[in-house]
Design a protein around this ligand. Structure first.
Ligand code: NAP
Length: 309
């Protein structure tokens, strides 16, 4: 029987692990399908306090892992299929491979996954000119035009990163104003290699004879006109979907699938089950706020265990 199982190895999960481990409760972390979480797919993190020169996302996550392991955290590479609360008040956590683990408390820190447009040939194109990760795939598209879809910080960041490789980066946004923070928006719009394509929606991904991306069909959302834009790769940066599908029943979800916490806390409606980070936060979604929630969830789990000893 574990004391604390932490599901997810992003900022929230690792911070929870550091706190739980330092309380001598030897947490077990379950990595999920994307070990290290979303920051492993980002470039430089400039806004996490303590790093005045910035730090690369993957390096930051490796540091967090080292720090968690230093205090006795164990990490198992597994994805969770379901969680159940048993009659004795403890939890059964069923893994993808069929194994079931038991724990007195569970912290869900599974984050969120990139959203896609939902176009018919999307799945076939992933890895053939359609991706959500500029850091992972940008270098494959040298000296060719590419597009980023979205108008938030992610879209601006991805677009900026891609200018290192691509001949041109089209920033396709459905409105005529970016949602991104002022500094990120200004940086993107000032970059001569980035060309905004305003008020436009992608209607279709168009492929070549090899089934790879060759262009997007655009619709101008103001006048309804249609056009084709030749690009070798499309980077989709239109937000995220929380990874909360496996917890049904034990928690309430909002209309977008984010786990509802007890207001001001990380507790959920099920005693002993806590949620931290992007899986429960549609509002801030920052590395530092996820880390803060991870800390809070660890403290709550620790108190829960003390009260139930
Ligand atoms: P976001 O802020 O939610 O922006 C999503 C963008 O995608 C919006 O511009 C939205 O358009 C557009 N969009 C959503 N659904 C769409 C659809 N179906 N079709 C076309 N466009 C669609 O998401 P994000 O950029 O991933 O950022 C998430 C959070 O992470 C934010 O809090 C952000 O500040 C933070 N972040 C920070 C950094 C950094 O500081 N280094 C980097 C990345 C992200 P509308 O604007 O019209 O709604």
């Amino acid at each position: 029987m574990e004391n604390v199982i932490i599901i997810g190895t992003g900022c929230a999960g690792y911070t929870a692990a550091i706190y739980v481990a330092r309380a001598n409760l030897t947490p077990l972390m379950l990595s999920g399908t994307q070990p290290g979480g979303q920051l492993t797919t980002t470039t430089e993190v400039e806004n996490f306090p303590g790093f005045p020169e910035g730090i690369m996302g993957p390096e930051m996550m490796m540091n967090m892992q080292k720090q968690a392991e230093k205090f006795g955290t164990r990490i198992q590479y597994a994805s969770v299929e379901s969680i159940a609360k048993d009659d004795d008040g403890n939890f059964s956590v069923k893994l993808g491979g069929g194994e079931t683990l038991r724990s007195k408390t569970v912290i869900i820190a599974t984050g969120a996954a990139p959203r896609h447009l939902g176009l018919p040939n999307e799945k076939d194109l992933i890895g053939r000119g359609l991706t959500s990760c500029a850091t992972c795939d940008g270098a494959f598209y040298r000296d060719v035009p590419v597009a980023v879809i979205g108008g938030g910080d992610s879209a601006c960041e991805e677009a900026g990163f891609l200018t290192r490789f691509a001949s041109k980066v089209y920033l396709i946004h459905r409105r005529d104003e970016l949602r991104a923070s002022k500094i990120m928006a200004e940086r993107a719009l000032a970059n001569p290699k980035i060309e905004p394509v305003w008020n436009s929606g992608v209607e279709e991904y168009l492929t070549n004879e090899k089934g790879e991306m060759r262009a997007v069909k655009l619709k101008n959302l103001v006048d309804g006109s249609e056009s084709e834009l030749a690009v070798d790769c499309v980077f989709v940066a239109i937000g995220h979907v929380p990874n909360s599908g496996f917890v049904s029943g034990l928690v309430d979800l909002d209309e977008n699938g984010y786990i509802l916490q007890v207001p001001g806390r990380t507790a959920t409606k099920t005693p002993g089950l806590f949620a931290a980070g992007d899986v429960a936060d549609h509002y801030y979604r920052q590395a530092i706020t996820a880390a803060g929630q991870g800390c809070a969830a660890a403290l709550e789990a620790e108190r829960y265990l003390t009260e139930h000893e």
